[in-house]
Design a protein around this ligand. Structure first.
Ligand SMILES: Cc1cc2nc3c(=O)[nH]c(=O)nc-3n(C[C@H](O)[C@H](O)[C@H](O)COP(=O)(O)OP(=O)(O)OC[C@H]3O[C@@H](n4cnc5c(N)ncnc54)[C@H](O)[C@@H]3O)c2cc1C
Length: 593
């Protein structure tokens, strides 16, 4: 790992996301540390936000978020880098004992998996078995608000992965560890039981994970074991790209230009890693018992009904082969038209590989390389337009992960722009319920919300429309929507979801300016002009023909809509727009000294 330690460490990092206990002070407790003082509207955001207080301490102040911006608090990635530096000599000196372990997390594939490949090389060189593990953590699923459909996809993927690894004589050992705190110790216990000296893993960039891994690196070193971690999930590792002034980019376009130039200059970033080598027969013998391990069921709290599980198996087949098939098919049939068709939700013109990128059944490298190889040029920003555009969309995923690593407080209920903490949101539960259930009376919004409820997926254009509707038309706290998405999406990914909500709510990095407010009716007419998408997902409106489908109660189809049980609009766009503009303006004013 490249290392870059901050020199201005005047504030401790530990308090803002470590696992909390009931002893923690409640909000508004009069803490004397100004960096810990919550902002004026924190109390309600606390109740409705993305962070579950059962697991995390109270929301930080704007001042503390700004201390991260000023490099006065070490970022979690820097803590991991420091742990790697401090243990470098000890890790180098650690001799391979009886086995090497790869710890799978969100990298559930054998092909083009950097950490797995490195682990395999280590095991092969020493002629010891490679063992793979996956830890099912019900508390992690709960704390991270992982949707049951996403958990189900993970469990199904584990079955496929186990089979693929077994074909290479490599066991996949899966165990449920109830308390997330116990995971590091349990992994050390496995290693000691198996005589393993080395643990390999790819880095996850969420705050919890970075801090946990930093502690594990040190803990293992103290026990004479070595933990090695690798950048794998992004094409360009976070922290590699800087503006001319040496800062992290906060605007996508210049970041993208820099990302493209960096990949062009470092072509190996798109080179695939081979699958792991087969364990030798002697090595296989040594770990034979581990092949009998069963994959547990999803934890009770995240289990799907039989009916849903069956349905989703058909809609979202799991495993890396499925991922590659989906990608190849998209590149064969649709990518050339992507830039022209991608915004029309009725057309299915996008790849729907987000589920695989989120679970790690596909690498971003592989996605980009496969698309690039269909082009007439090796340049990422030249040639066939559809390919260029698609690659630039996959790059958004890297962008938002870079943002998360540099501004870790976005993981902690804080908007990227701290001053947007001071907006007085509405917490109208009837409005929120109508939005969640696709009963707002705005057909395009309702169609999209019903799509996510039914499939665990929503088209990108619709994600932007419903997000804008929630926070601008209904003035609901954007974090309520962010959380709902995580709890319902099969492709829920913290960085992309937070980035998407930040963009739509105008509180994030490179956002839609707050005064640019989507008009849901115009969006509907433009991107679903024939109403096909609406008719697919809102059966009550199927009989309505022509343009009335976009707004039945104001376009002469009110009685048909009413008879079919479709609700009247819960808001008036013009009034809502004015209210949102005032609320945003007032929020920003409030932050001024
Ligand atoms: C409010 C909101 C919430 C979102 N939440 C998530 C989420 O939880 N998980 C998630 O993967 N994406 C999220 N996105 C981004 C985007 O909507 C999905 O990645 C995309 O719809 C997935 O469909 P696809 O695979 O067919 O995309 P394609 O159009 O085929 O794009 C290919 C890939 O590029 C990446 N990508 C495309 N657009 C974006 C984007 N705007 N931001 C980040 N990555 C992008 C995805 O990995 C996607 O799979 C969100 C967007 C918004 C506006």
């Amino acid at each position: 790992m490249a290392s870059k330690r901050t020199t201005k460490q005047r504030v401790t990092a530990d308090d803002d996301i470590e696992e909390t206990s009931n002893k923690r002070p409640k909000l508004g407790n009069g803490s004397s540390d100004p960096l810990r003082q919550p902002h004026h509207f924190a109390a309600e955001a606390e109740e409705h936000g993305i962070v579950l207080r059962k697991y995390y301490p109270p929301e930080m102040s704007n001042a503390r978020a700004r201390a991260y911006n000023d490099d006065r608090i070490p970022r979690p990635i820097e803590q991991l880098q420091a742990a790697m530096e401090d243990t470098a000599a000890a890790r180098r000196a650690t001799k391979v004992k009886d086995a090497v372990v790869h710890w799978f997390k969100m990298d559930l594939r054998t092909t083009d998996n950097r950490g797995l490949w490195e682990a395999s090389e280590k095991a092969r060189a020493a002629d010891v078995p490679l063992i793979c593990i996956y830890v099912v953590s019900p508390e992690d699923f709960e704390a991270h608000l992982t949707a049951p459909i996403r958990v189900d996809f993970t469990m199904r993927t584990l079955h496929a992965l186990k089979k693929d690894l077994a074909a290479l004589d490599i066991p996949l050992y899966v165990e449920t560890v109830e308390r997330r705190k116990d995971i590091p110790e349990r992994i050390v216990e496995f290693m000691e039981e198996w005589g393993a000296s080395h643990l390999y893993a790819n880095i996850e960039y969420e705050v919890d994970e970075l801090r946990r891994e930093a502690k594990m690196v040190k803990m293992l070193a103290e026990k004479g074991l070595a933990m090695e971690v690798f950048h794998d999930t992004c094409v360009v590792p976070p922290g590699e790209l800087h503006t001319g002034a040496g800062k992290q980019y906060a605007v996508y376009s210049p970041w993208y230009r820099s990302w493209v130039a960096h990949v062009h200059a470092n072509q190996e970033l798109l080179s695939p890693f081979d699958p792991p080598a087969k364990n030798s027969s002697a090595a296989r013998e040594k770990v034979a018992a581990l092949f009998d391990c069963d994959i547990p069921d999803a934890p009770e709290s995240k289990r799907l009904s039989e009916k849903d599980a069956k349905r989703f198996r058909a809609t979202w087949p799991a495993g890396e082969r499925e991922a590659m098939d989906r990608l190849e098919k998209f590149c064969e049939e649709k990518i050339a038209q992507y830039s022209k068709r991608r915004n029309f939700p009725a057309e299915g013109a996008t790849s729907s590989i987000s589920v695989h990128l989120a679970a790690g059944t596909l690498s971003a490298r592989m996605a980009i390389r496969t698309a690039r190889d269909r082009n007439k040029t090796k340049k990422l920003d030249a040639g066939i337009e559809g390919i260029q555009t698609w690659i630039s969309e996959v790059a958004w995923r890297d962008f938002y992960k870079h943002v998360l690593v540099h501004w870790p407080y976005v993981c902690m209920n804080k908007p990227f722009k701290p001053e947007y903490s001071n907006i007085e949101w509405s917490y109208n539960s009837a409005h929120f319920e109508a939005w969640c259930n696709g009963r707002t009376g705005f057909p395009i919004v309702d169609a999209a919300m019903r799509q996510v409820k039914s499939m665990g997926y929503m088209h990108n254009r619709c994600r932007m429309i419903v997000a804008s509707f929630l926070c601008k038309d209904l003035l609901l706290d954007w974090r309520m929507g962010e959380r709902f998405f995580m709890e319902n999406l099969i492709d829920g990914d913290f960085a992309s979801n937070n980035g998407g909500w930040g963009f739509s709510a105008s509180v994030g990095v490179d956002p839609q300016p707050y005064f640019r407010i989507f008009n849901p009716l115009l969006q509907s007419e433009k991107f679903d002009s024939e109403g096909d998408y609406i008719r697919k997902w809102v059966p009550e409106l199927r009989e309505i023909s022509g343009k009335a489908i976009h707004d039945p109660y104001h376009r002469g189809a009110g009685s048909l809509a009413k008879k079919a049980g479709y609700p009247e609009p819960i808001a008036d766009h013009k009034n809502s727009r004015d209210r949102a503009l005032k609320a945003y303006k007032a929020g920003i004013e409030r932050d001024k000294p």
